[in-house]
Design a protein around this ligand. Structure first.
Ligand code: SF4
Ligand code: SF4
Length: 168
């Protein structure tokens, strides 16, 4: 009989304790963030997707289409083709990043010998379909310029072409 009474008291105590927790939390300030109206600050070192950086002076990509990033990518997420600009400089004609494959590992950025890539701080990488996660050169340049505090496209100046016997 005494053990039954002890059980009842223990259960009643648990119920009271549970309710006390609920009542205490009820009067606490809510911690819910009202995303997207409210956004938490991103952690130091947060990495979004790779982006292509631009030369602020010319508005052109810093990329020389050397392909080192594509070779360094462990998941074949980068596809690119190069071309020769009128001033003889190599530029990317096509640069595609497949975010369905990207591991956000930063290896492409580390491999780039021209500091032409940087990881973005972007975190809203959502799409209704697969195609929406394929980022083309304008997307990557726009994102890169944003990381640099610039707006893409930049006002593009004519490339400097050195004529024979003429030095800048
Ligand atoms: S971050 Fe990693 S997985 Fe993504 S493109 Fe660069 S090297 Fe490839
Ligand atoms: S490694 Fe750098 S310069 Fe070479 S293709 Fe990639 S982004 Fe362009």
């Amino acid at each position: 009989m005494s053990s039954i009474i002890a059980d009842i008291l223990r259960s009643a105590n648990s119920i009271v304790q549970g309710h006390l927790v609920t009542i205490r939390e009820f009067f606490q300030k809510p911690v819910t963030e009202q995303y997207p109206d409210e956004r938490l600050p991103r952690m130091e070192g947060y990495r979004g997707h790779p982006t292509l950086l631009v030369e602020p002076e010319t508005g052109r990509p810093k990329c020389t289409a050397c392909g080192a990033c594509a070779r360094a990518c462990p998941n074949n997420a980068i596809e690119l083709e190069g071309m020769k600009a009128e001033d003889g400089r190599r530029l990317p004609a096509k640069y595609r990043l497949d975010m369905t494959r990207c591991l956000v590992c930063n290896l492409c950025v580390e491999a780039c010998p021209f500091d032409a890539l940087a990881m973005s701080r972007e975190y809203e990488l959502v799409s209704w379909d697969r195609e929406g996660l394929i980022l083309d050169m304008p997307d990557l340049l726009r994102a890169g310029a944003k990381e640099q505090g610039l707006t893409y496209p930049l006002p593009v100046k004519a490339p400097v072409v050195e004529k024979e016997g003429e030095k800048a």
